[in-house]
Design a binder for this molecule. Structure first.
Ligand SMILES: Cc1ncc(COP(=O)(O)O)c(C=O)c1O
Length: 400
């Protein structure tokens, strides 16, 4: 971790007003005051001003996939992230397709569950709580089963914070002549997913992640040829991406009531994202947030679930300390009293908790988070946050 080698170029981050705590959670997250303020105006959903805003929203999001974006289009969908993942799967996977689902945590598992709900055939590679699915494994699975047509992967598996190797997964998928869909919910906007660099058919994310908007809609960025071919695939009217796209193309409108205030807030969030230097600027702030957090927590004795290579700049999982006096619920309350909402762990094997690095916070905030963790440990009478040896031996399972 090289926290002190980065510069201070990014615009200043303001503290949350009215004393609300920082949300160190991967969305909903702490948003800028100006983003919240944009929700004070009402918009007519059929009005030309709102239609123009929708057009701008689609065009600006599309630019984030960089060169090659002319082959893609952006389709916003009402609902949370799960709705948009289900919309992508149900719309872009033909009814008689067969999909290889790559699982290493809760969001991969949710994809498999969604496939069962919507009646799409799938086989899974399940790596457990946090081991990355590798390109070689994908290549072998695809070679073994010629019926597989698609691969689905989670970009940052937010349940552990692991950044999955989507480049090698994409290469293995297309080398075998199959198609890739990506759930980049918690990474899009902070980690580059250039369409001319990493091949995929569609990628999804939502308003309240790295673009730092408020919850209410997600978006599918899909190859236009896939959007055309998706006609008639969907299991659901409201989650039909083809129909939403066709309607937006012909009328400029969302098919059903859009989250108008959320869209208005998102446009401001996009403005701030651009002002910060787009994906590179946003990603650099999050990396610095993570580095200050991880370095400081390690000084207190805490250890990360993941080796540095796999640590995302989105959210970090720490093992609970071995000390018997550590109780997560007490630690949580002590952190909250100091203005920080943290996140429980989601691992099945060892006890852990998570701290998010995304949202309107900078390295100064993360320094304050570490100081709050230290005073919380002091209040619990814990001298070192060192994890139990069993936790560290879990980590040894991870390739360097
Ligand atoms: C990778 C990933 N996929 C899907 C989701 C589901 O999104 P939501 O909770 O907004 O439905 C999340 C939520 O954090 C996520 O991180």
């Amino acid at each position: 971790m090289k926290a002190d080698m980065q510069n201070d170029a990014a615009p200043a981050i303001e503290k949350p007003r009215s004393g609300e705590p920082y949300l160190l959670t991967p969305g909903p997250l702490t948003t800028a005051y100006s983003v919240k303020e944009k929700m004070l105006r009402d918009w007519g959903s059929w009005d030309s001003d709102f239609r123009a805003m929708t057009a701008r929203l689609r065009a600006e999001l599309l630019l984030l996939v960089g060169k090659g974006s002319e082959d893609f289009d952006c389709v916003p969908m009402q609902g949370s992230g799960t709705f948009v993942v289900e919309a992508m799967l149900g719309s872009l996977l033909p009814r008689h397709s067969k999909t290889l689902v790559l699982i290493n945590g809760a969001y991969g598992q949710r994809i498999a569950k969604t496939m069962d709900y919507i009646g799409r055939d799938h086989v899974d590679i399940d790596k457990g709580d946090y081991l990355p699915p590798r390109g070689q494994e994908v290549a072998e699975a695809l070679a073994a089963d010629p019926a597989i047509t698609h691969v689905v992967v989670v970009h940052c598996e937010t349940s552990s914070g692991i950044l999955n190797p989507i480049r090698e997964i994409s290469e293995a998928t297309y080398a075998a002549g199959r198609k890739l869909l990506i759930d980049s919910m918690s990474a899009f906007g902070a980690i580059d997913v250039g369409a001319d660099d990493i091949r995929y058919e569609a990628i999804v994310s939502s308003a309240n992640k790295c673009i730092e908007g408020v919850p209410g809609f997600g978006f599918v960025i899909a190859r236009k040829s896939e959007l055309v071919a998706a006609k008639g695939n969907a299991h659901s009217l409201s989650l039909d991406v083809h129909d939403q796209w066709a309607n937006m193309e012909s009328t400029g409108q969302w098919r059903f009531t859009p989250p108008t205030h959320v869209v208005a807030a998102f446009m401001e969030a996009m403005r701030l994202h651009t002002q910060e230097g787009g994906i590179a600027g946003r990603g650099a702030r999050y990396v610095r947030n993570r580095d200050v957090l991880v370095d400081g927590m390690r000084e207190l004795g805490f250890e990360t679930l993941l080796r540095d290579r796999w640590l995302s700049p989105i959210i970090v999982t720490f093992f609970n300390p071995a000390d018997d006096r550590f109780e997560f619920s007490r630690f949580y309350e002590l952190m909250k009293q100091q203005g920080f909402i943290i996140y429980p762990g989601k691992l099945t094997v060892v006890d852990s908790f998570r701290i998010g690095c995304i949202g309107q916070m900078d390295h100064h905030t993360m320094g304050a988070v570490v100081a709050a963790a230290k005073s919380s440990l002091d209040a619990m009478g814990i001298v070192s946050a060192k994890p139990p040896p069993a936790a560290l031996s879990e980590r040894e399972k991870l390739a360097a």
